[in-house]
Design a protein around this ligand. Structure first.
Ligand SMILES: Cc1cc2nc3c(=O)[nH]c(=O)nc-3n(C[C@H](O)[C@H](O)[C@H](O)COP(=O)(O)O)c2cc1C
Length: 159
């Protein structure tokens, strides 16, 4: 079966997700991060989560080699952060409020939840690499989430 890429993307967009920024520290100690909605839960015991990274990302080597990464689950009022971490910028962290999670992987202030993960393993997945992490620490805040559906940002309760 031949797949029409545009149709395929539109069909995938029917699956509503939250939005995360996945962060780490590179070998020089600089913070890195990107917007990702491929995040998902995998296992409760042991606590495992996953997300996938494009093979074309210039951050591939950083995420393959770091000890830990943090999944920052964005809140409804953090659409600007999602845009910032999806665009090419020299320093995505400039002027941002954040603290260091395990392995120095940044925790951006104001998120709904944080999952600080040991970089357990990764698997080949076509044009992406699937990262599996063991959650070593997590935190939850009672804030509404930022949603993504049909290629657009959404809010809870929106029709
Ligand atoms: C809503 C949204 C979700 C995204 N999800 C992912 C993802 O799961 N994996 C990925 O590799 N890129 C994803 N991207 C694209 C990356 O954020 C973007 O290509 C990346 O930040 C580019 O930076 P880089 O070239 O420095 O890696 C997403 C972008 C948006 C706007």
């Amino acid at each position: 079966m031949s797949i029409d890429t545009r149709e395929f993307r539109q069909a995938l967009g029917c699956f509503a997700t939250g939005i995360t920024v996945v962060t780490a520290r590179d070998g020089a100690g600089l913070p890195v991060g990107l917007t990702a909605n491929s995040f998902n839960s995998v296992s409760l015991d042991p606590p495992l989560v996953l997300w996938s990274l494009s093979l074309y990302s210039n951050k591939l080597a950083v995420f393959q080699n770091c000890s830990h990464w943090t999944v920052n689950v964005l809140a409804a009022d953090q659409q600007g952060l999602s845009q910032r971490f999806a665009q090419s910028e020299s320093d995505r962290f400039a002027g941002l409020a954040y603290s260091d999670g395990l392995g120095g992987a940044p925790r951006l202030d104001g998120c709904c939840a944080y999952f600080e993960c040991r970089n357990e393993t990764h698997y080949a997945g076509g044009d992406h690499l699937i990262f599996l992490g063991e959650v070593e620490r997590f935190e939850r805040h009672d804030r509404p989430p930022l949603l993504y559906f049909g290629g657009r940002y959404r809010q809870l309760g929106e029709v």
